[in-house]
Ligand binder design. Structure first.
Ligand code: MD3
Ligand code: FE
Length: 219
């Protein structure tokens, strides 16, 4: 994509972001959400008052170290039965809080910058990490759509582990920092990935916490 075309797609060209293709379909927009971080973290806390962060059980009988909540039409859940998307928060019995329109627009815009026009996210999974929390190597395969996933990171830094289509493929280690936005499409959509244990620290916007938002098309 030409620079001029990229600027034409950016609603705020003054905040044009460094763009880096990590692989086929995977575009890193370094710090792209930095300017809206305070507002988005405030929104995360509002959503979490309606559908609280919770650590979910895994089908294997363990407990995830990452705390999760969701907004949008469906939310991701894990329990002894397996993984699935559900329209109501199992903990409250209520629908998940709506996805803020500004969040949806950010995700749509990021997907478009990576060449995915017409991305219609219907769900946002919100992960909350405290120091020590991690996410083991996995693929995201619970969505029925093969639309891309857009991720947004806030707060404490993380080391993202990025493998290939086989669990045993070698891992790249990519820092994901406050405000980073990544679009995962094409062959990158189904790669194995994980998050190394978060190191102790405090961030000016989030305190002792890392948040990661993933925008998804579940149906
Ligand atoms: C590559 N989250 O929620 S974000 C997840 O930081 C998840 O909380 C991590 O993996 C986190 O499933 C990583 C980057 C990411 C998210 C989703 C992907 C990379 C992805 C889906 C497919 C391929
Ligand atoms: Fe994932």
């Amino acid at each position: 994509m030409t620079r001029q075309r990229e600027l034409a797609l950016d609603p705020q060209p003054s905040m044009a972001t460094r763009r880096e293709w990590l692989d086929d379909g995977a575009l890193l927009l370094r710090g792209h959400a930095g300017a809206v971080a305070v507002d988005m973290v405030t929104e995360i806390k509002r959503i979490a008052r309606l559908s609280p962060f919770r650590r979910m059980a895994t089908p294997g009988g363990g407990m995830m170290s990452v705390a999760m909540t969701c907004c949008g039409a469906r939310g991701w859940c894990s329990d002894g039965q397996g993984y699935r998307y559900v329209a109501a928060d199992p903990q409250t019995g209520q629908p998940w809080p709506p996805m803020p329109a500004t969040w949806r627009q950010l995700a749509i815009h990021a997907a478009r910058a990576a060449g995915y026009d017409g991305f219609e996210p219907d769900s946002c999974l919100i992960n909350g990490y405290r120091p020590g929390a991690r996410m083991g190597l996995h693929q995201d395969r619970d969505e029925r759509s093969d639309a891309p996933v857009v991720s947004v990171s806030f707060g404490l830094p993380a080391i993202f582990q990025w493998g290939g289509l086989r669990r045993t493929d070698p891992l790249r280690r990519i820092p994901l920092l406050h405000g980073d936005v990544v679009v995962w499409g094409g062959v990158s959509r189904y790669v194995f990935h994980g998050i190394a244990p978060i190191r102790a620290g405090t961030h000016a916007v989030t305190g002792p916490c890392r948040y990661n938002l993933t925008f998804r098309r579940t149906l």
